[in-house]
Design a protein around this ligand. Structure first.
Ligand code: ADP
Ligand code: MG
Length: 818
């Protein structure tokens, strides 16, 4: 139940849909089936909780949060009462020795990492309640509540000695504290503090963007956080401001007992800074952590000593202690490395096991017994290659060779093809599908959007007709009759290739003999969708393709169970796309360029960000810009409009018109981001470019430069944020998708890079995919070695246990996603 409650909290209290029932129904069932006798007061609480869950759907978010929290607390209290006697009794051996010191120790030994926080000496019931609000319930939770940062007192400076360009920490007193909504931007709130120390004065501002930070209650809470007269520590990069040196977005913390904390010996010069909650100050958090820290020694180390030594890692107990109380940077690094290693190791063990399971299954060997030499063209492929108006690049040939080798084996292929935008992945995918079809199997090609599925189908169908191979398109908008017929043909094996969207995943779709599944733009799909499609055939081979080159760390974390091929070469004759960042004042210049290009027979995209409801006001929308351009600036041209809310016919019409040249300008949302292929398009104009990630902009840019003519990408940047400008300038300099993806990861973090919705990212508490690549590689090597020698983790019980826990969490998430 605790896991269910935690998951519901993690997922934002949306009443999770589990495999069988909803979260609320699950709780009702479980609560109704209490395995221990309850006294009157517990009965009463149980009934209250039951009542809550029976109308969970109608509760507000706040009420749901409260109900979940109360349930967790009650379960803990109950567990506490009904704990087996053995667990309650202090170890007898220790009690026998009677020195004062030892008695003190043995009292501590009653506690375990699973002790509820309220029972830990040094944490009062009030603090425990506050900690419970943060999801910290037992001692182990608090040990794993890592500092979010550290104040470095090694850089302690006086205000007068601050030098712009250096990082520094000051300890100063609050003279004025003022939180207000920016007079220029109603979505921005500003906290301004006036500070002083014996040598001078300083202003510090903190900016918070977003409507939710502008409520009076929030502003007041900000002010209250840094009250007049409080001593605070401020740490960060010193920059030059009109008022003298100041801090840019500093780390700030109130020091309740400033003197004591700064001089405290055992903390050393690095002071941990924790995420806090209303009513629980930094000092009390540190006290609570101190209270559980002795329990770190009881945490079993899942890593065998030999492995630890080989990898130069400190013990888990030491790492958990040091991460909260590092004496210096060096110690801190050692502790972090150990904990990060664990996180990655677990992740990679899971992937290595999955890979093993994947490979253990039987798949149809699609090239009969290797009687044909590898890489040697067969009839169908040979004819297909001859149909193409171009020769395959060396990279395409190499990757196709790798795929052929996989397909010749009876263990299923699980391969990811990465290739920059325009590197020609479609042709490779189709060739692979033809291998499957030639050997008597069926193939499926799945694309993330209807637009892309249609485009693939039209292109592929033209070739397949010439090869006399039957193919069909299945999407959400395929009419029912057509759909039925198509499913029949699929079931009796007449239909050889099915192209479609995730409609392919729906239940009635079943193949006669599915041999190969290709998932295009696989980063747009969740891992679960991929697995569902696999379940459709007798363990078919799987080929996934992605055009968003993702950094290696991300690839290893998400697709560590796959083999990876790279198409690292573009077809010849492509010229780099000339990219330029413009202010909105440069828009006329951009329109003039479009005009010149169109006059020469080329075409242009104008792309606008997908508009979220609440933000509609300050953004130019696709519909609006289309109306404006078609009636004024480009009144003499045909201007098309494409966005996600159009019917699929309307979408297809807009694309067809643009592809055939009937319209010369296409105003679109990011629907065109993925895979749309119109070689005559040479201009990509992107409005509000600062709102997109680098990888996404690179994808959009990849829509042009597909023919031989010089192409242009114009990025209009409306923001005055210097960081946004810097980020966009990277695109002016680099045409390399991998390089940009790395930068994007560093600048925006993995959740943003992948799009949080379907990322399937593991929950890493401490590890950073942007910065801990080296540790990840090590953990991956170790994980593989462990699984090779001990596939069922019989000799690694600690790891096995953690892995089971993780798997349970993941399967709950998966159940919800399915
Ligand atoms: P992506 O890898 O982004 O999916 P596509 O498969 O859509 O790229 O290919 C981009 C364009 O390049 C298409 O018009 C395709 O026909 C063309 N193309 C593919 N391979 C070659 C090649 N070897 N030589 C020339 N053009 C190619
Ligand atoms: Mg593609």
């Amino acid at each position: 139940m605790q896991q269910g409650l935690q998951l519901e909290a993690d997922r934002g209290f949306g009443n999770l849909q589990g495999r069988r029932e909803t979260f609320a129904a699950f709780l009702r069932l479980q609560l109704g089936d209490c395995p221990v006798p309850l006294d009157a007061s517990h009965q009463e609480r149980l009934q209250a909780l039951l009542a809550g869950y029976s109308r969970y759907e109608d509760l507000s978010l706040g009420q749901r949060q409260r109900l979940v929290r109360l349930s967790r607390e009650w379960l803990l209290a109950l567990r506490q009462q009904h704990r087996p006697a053995a667990e309650m009794a202090p170890p007898r051996l220790k009690l026998a020795t009677a020195s004062k010191q030892v008695r003190h120790q043995s009292a501590a030994l009653v506690l375990s990492p699973l002790t509820p926080l309220a029972d830990v000496k040094g944490i009062g019931p009030r603090s425990a309640a506050r900690l419970a609000q943060m999801g910290l319930l037992v001692a182990r939770d608090l040990l794993r509540h890592y500092p979010r940062d550290y104040l470095d007192y090694a850089n302690l400076k006086r205000i007068r000695a601050l030098v712009p360009g250096e990082t520094a920490t000051i300890v100063a007193c609050v003279r004025r504290s003022h939180a207000f909504v920016s007079p220029r931007n109603p979505n921005l709130s500003i906290l301004e503090l006036h500070l002083h120390d014996p040598t001078g004065k300083l202003r510090v501002s903190r900016f918070m963007a977003g409507r939710r930070f502008t409520s009076p209650a929030w502003l007041k809470s900000q002010q209250r956080q840094f009250p007049l007269g409080a001593t605070i520590a401020v740490s960060g990069l010193v920059k030059q401001t009109p008022y003298g040196p100041g801090f840019s977005d500093p780390l700030m913390e109130v020091l309740d007992h400033a003197g004591a904390t700064v001089q405290s010996q055992h903390i050393g010069r690095l002071l941990p800074v924790y995420s806090l909650t209303e009513g629980l100050g930094a000092e009390r958090m540190r006290q609570a952590i101190d209270a559980v820290l002795p329990l770190a020694a009881q945490c079993l180390d899942p890593l065998p000593l030999a492995l630890r030594q080989q990898q130069g890692l400190i013990s888990l107990a030491e790492a958990l202690t040091v991460i909260h109380q590092p004496a210096d940077q060096q110690q801190l690094t050692a502790a972090r490395t150990r904990l990060v290693f664990d996180e990655f190791l677990l992740l990679q063990l899971g992937l290595a096991q999955r890979r093993r399971a994947l490979k253990a299954a039987q798949a149809p060997a699609l090239l009969s017994g290797g009687s044909l030499g590898l890489g040697e063209p067969q009839g169908l492929i040979q004819r297909f290659v001859e149909l193409l108006p171009f020769a395959l690049t060396a990279a395409q040939q190499r990757v196709l060779g790798e795929i052929r080798q996989d397909l010749g084996r009876s263990e299923p292929m699980a391969r990811l093809v990465q290739g920059d935008v325009g590197s020609g992945k479609t042709v490779v995918a189709l060739a692979a599908l033809l291998i499957a079809i030639e050997s008597g199997c069926q193939g499926a090609l799945m694309a993330p959007t209807e637009v892309l599925a249609q485009q693939h189908f039209h292109k592929i169908n033209a070739w397949l007709n010439e090869l006399h191979v039957s193919s069909a398109l299945l999407t959400g908008s395929t009419p029912a009759r057509r759909r039925r017929q198509l499913l029949d043909d699929l079931g009796n094996g007449q239909l050889k290739l099915l192209v479609g969207t995730h409609a392919l995943l729906e239940d009635p779709v079943s193949f006669e003999r599915l041999g190969l599944v290709v998932v295009d733009e696989q980063h747009r799909f969740g891992v679960n969708q991929r697995n569902r499609l696999l379940a459709k055939g007798l363990q078919p081979h799987l080929l996934t393709m992605t055009a968003t080159p993702i950094p290696r760390t991300l690839a290893l974390s998400l697709h560590g169970d796959l083999d990876v091929s790279q198409i690292d070469e573009l077809p010849p004759g492509r010229r780099p796309i000339a990219t330029q960042v413009l202010r909105s004042g440069g828009r006329d210049e951009a329109y003039a360029l479009i005009r010149r290009e169109v006059a020469q027979g080329q075409r242009a995209y104008v792309v606008l960000p997908l508009v979220e409801e609440s933000e509609k006001m300050d953004l130019r929308s696709a519909v609006e810009v289309h109306a404006q351009l078609s009636s004024t600036v480009f009144a003499d041209l045909q201007v098309g409009l494409l966005h996600g809310r159009l019917s699929s016919e309307a979408k297809q019409q807009a694309i067809d018109a643009f592809a055939s040249g009937q319209s010369q300008v296409l105003v679109s949302t990011t629907v065109v981001e993925v895979g749309v292929d119109v070689p005559a398009a040479t201009v990509m104009l992107i409005e509000h470019a600062e709102r997109f990630g680098l990888a996404q902009l690179h994808q959009l840019r990849g829509r042009v430069g597909r023919g031989a003519a010089q192409s242009h990408c114009l990025l209009i940047n409306d923001s005055s944020n210097p960081l946004a400008r810097q980020r966009l300038e990277l695109l002016e300099r680099s045409n390399d998708g991998f390089e940009l993806a790395e930068m994007d990861l560093r600048l925006r973090g993995p959740g943003q890079v992948l799009g949080t919705r379907q990322s399937g990212l593991p929950d890493l508490a401490l590890a950073s995919l942007a910065h801990d690549g080296a540790v990840l590689e090590r953990a991956r090597t170790v994980a593989q070695a462990i699984i090779d020698s001990d596939p069922d983790l019989k000799q690694h019980a600690g790891l096995d246990h953690l892995l089971q826990e993780q798997r349970q969490r993941l399967s709950q998430v998966a159940a919800q996603l399915n």
